[in-house]
Design a protein around this ligand. Structure first.
Ligand code: NAD
Ligand code: DAU
Length: 335
């Protein structure tokens, strides 16, 4: 099996490649990534010389580059490549549409032209918008995205659906809740708060801090996608979530407690525009149909994650200083 993983140098994509190389050592994995600010090949240093792994530096919206990769013969595509940060989408929506919508369409066209056995689009619960105090997102919840990020992801999802309905492309869409774990870029809530707390910097909590996210350990997301590739019914959407709803304030307080830092570091700042109040996933379909079960409980997962950031301070300080770009230049020159 030859697997094309796009966005494999990012947080979830790199965890997924490491996971798949362990679970399926016979698979050939091609990682295609544009290496935006969020792409970091250091995450994959342990496998970079493995014969079953290769890296191509390219943009998913670049038709010629994508075509060249598909000419090698790709069996399955898992599309993680995206602009992924809501706050950045509020500042600069255009790049979100280019990658998340047009890039998806380019991948779909190549998948159709060359024929793949499965195309998996890694999407997000944010396409469903915001929940009130009760209820959960199911696969039939209407799409109601509120940020340029989630609108662009919804656009990608709808193209995937259309390529299945119109051209018969064998697709799945997965919609996952907030991931956490190793190698998450320190702009996202958990690594941002860990790194700032360790530096005794103020922790910026948006609004009243009572917005709720449904947290899933990244390895559990990877095992779900593995199941969807192999067992997902063609044309279906699968929601992925671990029943771990927590307020942002609870997350920040947990991090401070674990690090032995004072709550006086918490600083309430202006709310994110269009800030979704609550996400919560109903994972019944993937658990019943595909037998997926998350392994991690939030309480142990967050402790492991905090420990990882303590043990890998060099990794995130290099990112913050931009020094990992030097590594890329050394490794890949002008590729
Ligand atoms: P990330 O920002 O950490 O990584 C994104 C990767 O995509 C980076 O390596 C980047 O270089 C690459 N990339 C960006 N634009 C590209 C382009 N035009 N061509 C090729 N590569 C490009 O993101 P993440 O948190 O790992 O998220 C991965 C996917 O999972 C995204 O599609 C995101 O929408 C989805 N998702 C994320 C979460 C989460 O909590 N992080 C939850 C649900 C779904
Ligand atoms: O739900 C899945 C989504 O989760 C993914 O699709 C996105 O790619 C991913 O970035 C994430 O989006 P969120 O907006 O939920 O994640 P973020 O880490 O940016 O914020 C989590 C919550 O914390 C949110 O309610 C905003 C709040 N927050 C965030 C930051 C960065 C703060 O209060 N302060 C902050 O500084």
């Amino acid at each position: 099996m030859k697997l094309l993983v796009t966005g494999g140098a990012g947080f979830i994509g790199s965890n997924f490649i490491l996971y798949m190389m362990q679970q399926h050592p016979d698979y050939q994995i091609v990682n295609m990534d544009a290496l935006t600010y969020a792409g970091n090949l250091e995450n994959l240093k342990s496998v970079e010389n493995e014969p079953k792994y290769s890296f191509v530096h390219a943009d998913i919206a670049d038709k010629e580059a994508v075509d060249r990769i598909f000419q090698q013969g790709i069996d399955v595509v898992v599309n993680f490549a995206a602009e992924s940060h809501v706050d950045r989408s509020i500042l600069e929506p255009e790049v979100f549409v280019n990658t998340n919508v047009l890039g998806t369409q380019v991948l779909l066209d190549a998948s159709k032209k060359y024929g793949v056995t499965k195309y998996v689009q890694v999407s997000t619960d944010e396409v469903y918008g915001s929940l009130g105090e009760t209820g959960l997102f199911s696969e039939t919840t209407p799409l109601a995205p509120n940020s340029p990020y989630s609108a662009s992801k919804a656009g990608g999802d709808l193209l995937v659906r259309a390529y299945h309905e119109t051209f018969g492309l064998p697709v799945n869409v997965t919609r996952c809740s907030n991931n956490y774990g190793p190698y998450q870029f320190p702009e996202k809530l958990i690594p941002l708060m860990i790194s700032r707390a360790l530096n005794n910097d103020p922790l910026p909590v948006y609004g009243d801090g009572l917005n709720i996210r449904d947290w899933l350990y990244v390895e559990d997301h990877c095992s779900a996608i593995d199941l969807v590739i192999h067992k997902g019914r063609v044309g279906e959407v699968y929601n992925i979530g671990g029943n771990n709803e927590r307020t942002n304030l609870h997350i920040v307080q947990t991090i401070l407690r674990e690090l032995g830092k004072p709550e006086s570091l918490i600083t309430y700042v202006e709310d994110r525009p269009g800030h979704d109040r609550r996400y919560g996933i109903d994972p019944t379909k993937i658990t019943k149909e595909l037998g997926w079960q998350p392994k991690y409980h939030f309480e142990s997962g967050i402790k492991e994650t905090i420990q990882w950031y303590l043990d890998n301070k060099d990794w995130w300080t290099r990112i913050q200083s931009g020094a990992y770009r030097d590594y890329l230049d050394r490794q890949y020159g002008n590729r």
